[in-house]
Write a protein that binds this ligand. Structure first.
Ligand code: NAD
Ligand code: GLY
Length: 359
C-alpha cells in the first residue's frame, strides 16, 4: 500500500490511498466517521461494482447517472443535488463518487456546492481518473458547448485508487489513461525512465498497478505546490493545446488518445522552435506511438489550428501558446504566431502520413 497527503494553503486536506481491495476494508474504515453517506456512480460502473457496496451500505441512498461525457451537464448535476436534498443530507454527510472522471467531476462539484461544501470521497475506476482527474480537486460540468466551463476547486477528503478496477476496463479506456501517464513522464524524468524501460508492457496489469502510485505521487506534489493553478500546475497542460484542437475538430478519439497525438506534434515543434533535445524527443514520440497502438486518422491540421487560436491559454488572438517538452523532465512555454503554428501542424501531419502513419 502507498499513501500520500496533500496539504494546501487552505484548511482542506486530501488523503490518497493506493491499494487493492479498497471496497472491502479501506472504504468501510473511512466511512465509519460519517453518520450520513450518499453514493454516486454511473450505470456501467454501478452494474459492475454496486452490489459490493450495497452489501455494506444497504440503507445509504444511491444516485446513478447515465455513463459518458455527453451527460457531464448542469442537468445531471442538478438531478444529483436534488437527490441529495431529498435524502435530507446534512453538512456532516459524505458523498462517495464511484466511477471515471465524469462521475468524479460531477460528484466533486455537487459536494462543493451542497450546503456550501460537504466531504467527498473519490473512488476512481478508470486509469485516467486514478492518475489524473481524481487527484487535485478540480471539479466541473460542461456548459454552453464549452468543456468544464462551470466548476470549482475543492479537494476530496480521500481518494482510494484500486488497480483491481482495471480488470473490467475496455482497452480503449486504458489507452486513454496512458495519455496522461506519458504526459507525466514528459514532465518527470524518473517516470519517463520507468515508462521507457517498460515500453513493451505499457498495458500490462502489473505494470499499471506499479505506475499508478508513481503518477499520483507526481501529480500530488504539483498540486501541493500550486493547488489553484496560478503557476506550476499549468505544466500539466503539456501537449494539451494541440490535443484540444484536434479533439474539438472531430472528437472521434478519446481525450487521452488526443493527448498522445498532441505530444507527438508538440515534440516536433519543440525540436524546431524551443531548442529541444531531438534524441530524447524521438523517444518520447515513440512512447506516444506505442501507447496509441498506431497513429490514428486525424482531421486536417489547418482546421485544428484554427481552433487552437481560440484556446484560453493564449495571451493574444494571433498567437498560440503551448507547453512543450524539451529535455527529459523539462518543459518550456512556447508562443508561436498563428500562421507559423498552422503551417507547422500541416508539415508535421504530412511527414507523419508519408512516414506510413495514417494521419
Ligand atoms: P468516463 O468517466 O466517461 O469513463 C469512461 C467509460 O468507462 C464510461 O463509460 C464508464 O462507465 C466506464 N467505466 C468506468 N470505470 C470502469 C471500469 N472499471 N470497468 C469498466 N468500465 C468502466 O471517462 P474518464 O476517461 O474516466 O474521464 C474523462 C473525464 O475526466 C472528462 O470529462 C475530463 O474532462 C475529466 N478530467 C478531469 C480532470 C480533473 O482534473 N478534474 C483531469 C482529466 C480529465
Ligand atoms: N488535469 C490537469 C490538472 O489537474 O491540473
Amino acid at each position: 500500500m502507498k499513501s500520500f497527503t496533500i496539504r494546501t494553503k487552505s484548511v482542506e486536506e486530501s488523503r490518497i490511498v493506493c491499494r487493492a481491495g479498497i471496497l472491502r476494508t479501506t472504504l468501510v474504515r473511512a466511512l465509519a466517521d460519517y453518520r450520513e453517506v450518499f453514493f454516486f456512480s454511473d450505470r456501467n460502473v454501478w452494474e459492475l461494482y454496486g452490489r459490493k457496496i450495497g452489501r455494506a451500505y444497504r440503507n445509504s441512498p444511491v444516485h446513478i447517472m447515465p455513463a459518458g461525457e455527453a451527460h457531464k451537464t448542469p442537468e445531471t448535476l442538478f438531478k444529483l443535488l436534488a437527490a441529495m436534498a431529498e435524502a435530507q443530507l446534512h453538512r456532516g454527510a459524505c458523498l462517495v463518487c464511484l466511477g471515471g472522471g465524469v462521475v468524479g467531476d460531477v460528484g466533486g462539484l455537487a459536494a462543493a456546492l451542497y450546503m456550501r461544501g460537504i466531504d467527498c470521497i473519490q473512488i476512481p475506476t478508470t486509469l485516467l481518473a486514478q492518475v489524473d482527474s481524481s487527484v487535485g480537486g478540480k471539479t466541473a460540468v460542461d456548459f454552453a458547448g464549452v468543456k468544464n466551463l462551470i466548476g470549482a476547486f475543492r479537494q476530496p477528503r480521500y481518494v482510494f485508487a484500486d488497480p483491481t478496477f482495471f480488470a473490467t476496463l475496455p482497452p480503449r479506456e486504458v489507452r486513454c489513461g496512458l495519455g496522461e501517464i506519458v504526459k507525466h513522464g514528459a514532465l518527470h524524468a524518473p517516470l519517463f525512465d520507468m515508462l521507457w524501460e517498460n515500453r513493451g508492457r505499457l498495458t500490462d496489469g502489473d505494470f499499471l498497478a506499479a505506475i499508478v502510485p508513481e503518477n499520483i505521487a507526481f501529480k500530488a506534489e504539483v498540486v501541493r505546490q500550486d493547488a489553484d493553478e496560478k503557476g506550476l500546475r499549468k505544466c500539466l497542460n503539456l501537449g494539451h493545446t494541440t490535443a484540444h484542437a484536434f479533439e474539438l475538430t472531430d472528437g472521434k478519439l478519446s481525450h487521452g488518445e488526443y493527448v498522445l497525438v498532441g505530444m507527438i506534434f508538440e515534440a516536433e515543434l519543440a525540436k524546431k522552435f524551443a531548442g529541444g533535445d531531438a534524441a530524447y524527443l524521438d523517444d518520447l514520440e515513440d512512447l506516444c506511438r506505442i501507447a496509441l497502438g498506431s497513429v490514428p486518422a486525424l482531421p486536417p491540421a489547418r482546421e485544428a489550428a484554427r481552433l487552437a487560436r481560440l484556446d484560453k491559454k493564449n495571451a493574444v488572438s494571433d498567437e498560440v501558446v503551448l507547453t512543450v517538452p524539451v529535455r527529459k523532465g523539462e518543459y518550456k512555454l512556447l508562443s508561436l504566431g498563428f500562421d507559423v503554428y498552422a503551417a507547422e501542424l500541416e508539415r508535421i501531419q504530412r511527414a507523419l502520413t508519408e512516414g506510413g502513419a495514417a494521419c
